[in-house]
Design a protein around this ligand. Structure first.
Ligand code: SF4
Ligand code: SF4
Length: 370
């Protein structure tokens, strides 16, 4: 995992208002997918243009500084046959320490083989794979519009769990997208995941933005919070031991608990709770080279193909400066978990709260040992 000094370096950049390159990059490496999920956000962001090639990605990566966290996403990221090569470019050029890849789990063989290639090519990398589950059995298949996907995703999870026995740097997670279509079945899903599949980390995402099926949004806050509480209790009672391979697993879980409180407050008040660092500490690259502060805002910074793949040229441009000012002045807010992690970590008031939660988790762990 990244060293604490790295975080301090980024914090210094941020707090003294120096220009900083992103430490967190969400990279939509492809738009292609076999599923048609009701909650999919890609709809409006689909560019229909050619994906960046390996040679183009190499140039972009060389123009970047250190990227601590990379999220290659999509579409279904494992549809890119060169996914292991993409990760290794960032590992090599940008000293990327953590990579998280979501997958719908459809292509078991291809996924397991690519994950093993990544682990072998990047031996010091903390790699997290999040297999998506939104319901048990047919409920999952209906939400994702792929018959048989639930069984395939379960098989993929099991095979990755076998692989994990040989690769301690692999963290295997489940991602649950909470929408109006599954809000009444989340407890059933939790029990399937923890009791039948043996899942030890569940990341839940609240449907947001402009999903393919608009009826996905409007989740009952009480049901969402009840599921969040179930996950928090799972972390506290050690059912969900979280990123247990990480040196700072309690710390990661503490950040997640505080982030959840922030999200609950946002859903309840519909107001910004913490500053957003999209466009400074976090950025989003689409598969055709379009660069955004985040994929939810319809505010493109530019396209990397048009600036000879020079990331800094766009990142430090007047256009991005303008967008960042807008984000700040408008009090822009949303429940985007990844970007809220940055907000929680790099805002002094919430960071203090993280430290308190961390102490509490440590204390619980000690009590459990006694
Ligand atoms: S949410 Fe993911 S898996 Fe579902 S259709 Fe969209 S890109 Fe594909
Ligand atoms: S608050 Fe949300 S929508 Fe606004 S800039 Fe940040 S991540 Fe994007």
């Amino acid at each position: 995992m990244a060293g604490f000094n790295d975080y301090l370096k980024f914090a210094r950049h941020l707090f003294i208002k120096e220009n900083t390159l992103p430490l967190y990059l969400v990279f939509f490496i492809t738009e292609r997918c076999v599923a048609q999920c009701k909650h999919c956000l890609l709809g409006e962001k689909r560019t229909g243009l050619t994906e960046l090639t390996i040679a183009e990605i190499e140039k972009i990566s060389q123009s970047l500084g250190r990227i601590l966290f990379l999220l290659p996403t999509g579409g279904e990221p494992f549809l890119r046959e060169d996914i292991a090569e993409i990760v290794s470019i960032f590992y090599r050029n940008n000293k990327t320490a953590n990579v998280g890849i979501p997958t719908n789990g459809f292509f078991t063989e291809r996924i397991v083989s690519a994950v093993e290639n990544i682990l072998q090519g990047c031996p010091d990398l903390d790699l997290a794979i999040d297999v998506s589950f939104d319901g048990v059995g047919e409920k999952h298949d209906i939400i994702r519009n792929v018959p048989g996907l639930f069984e395939k995703a379960s098989t993929t999870y099991r095979e990755l769990a076998d692989l994990k026995k040989h690769y301690p740097k692999l963290n295997l997670n489940v991602g649950v997208t909470v929408s109006r279509y599954n809000q009444d079945h989340l407890e059933e899903l939790y029990h399937y995941l923890t009791r039948t599949l043996g899942v030890i980390t569940i990341n839940h995402l609240l449907v947001r933005g402009n999903p393919a099926d608009k009826d996905s949004i409007g989740v009952d806050p009480n049901k969402y919070e009840a599921f969040s509480k179930l996950l928090e209790n799972g972390a506290k009672n050690q059912t969900l031991v979280g990123y247990h391979n990480y040196a700072f697993s309690d710390f990661v879980n503490a950040v997640r608990i505080v982030r959840q409180e922030v999200i609950n407050n946002i859903t309840r008040t519909d107001k910004q709770q913490l500053p957003c660092y999209a466009g400074s500490l976090g950025g989003v690259l689409l598969s055709n080279g379009d660069l955004y502060p985040c994929e939810l805002l319809d505010k493109k910074i530019g396209n990397l193909r048009e600036v000879d793949y020079d990331f800094k040229k766009l990142w430090f441009s007047a256009r991005n400066h303008e967008i960042k000012a807008w984000i700040k002045e408008s009090g822009c807010h949303c429940t985007y978990e990844c970007f809220l992690t940055l907000s929680v970590f790099f805002t002094p008031t919430s960071f203090q709260h993280v430290l308190r939660q961390y102490m509490s988790l440590k204390y619980n762990r000690l009590l459990k040992k006694c």
